[in-house]
Design a protein around this ligand. Sequence first.
Ligand SMILES: [Mg+2]
Length: 158
Amino acid sequence: MKLLVLDLDGTLWDHEDASRLTPPYEFHGDYLVDSTGQELHLFPGVREFLEWARNRFFLSIASWNVEGKVRPILEGFGLWHYFIFPKIENHPNKADMIMRTLRELELLGYDVEGTIYVDDRDIHIEDVKTTVPSIRFIHMWEDVESFEELRKLLEKLG
Ligand SMILES: [Mg+2]
């Protein structure tokens, strides 16, 4: 099985910096309102995509955010359980996050057959490519325009 690593801000949801939200959050289906009235919306098809991907990939997260602010968002939407060794850390070193997730999976004895990384921004990718062997990058909203298209592309990659 391959490892599929997802970014959060601008990839899974429309907010550009979920760490700026202020708990407590009020959840309404696929969006939330924070205590100051700011909203964060899951992009269409996220739930269906994760449900499809859960048995096909090791699903994880590499997110430059404050875990104390952002983990409750994933928990509140009921999405936290999809992820194994998710990294939500207050630094931009995604290569380091992904490498540690790979090592943790390997320490558990899993055979990881490759890594795919999905992010709405390509600023991290050069660093990631030189650090993580044979990683495949998918630029969200550039290479694919929806989570439905992302699923199709992943099916094609096999
Ligand atoms: Mg992003």
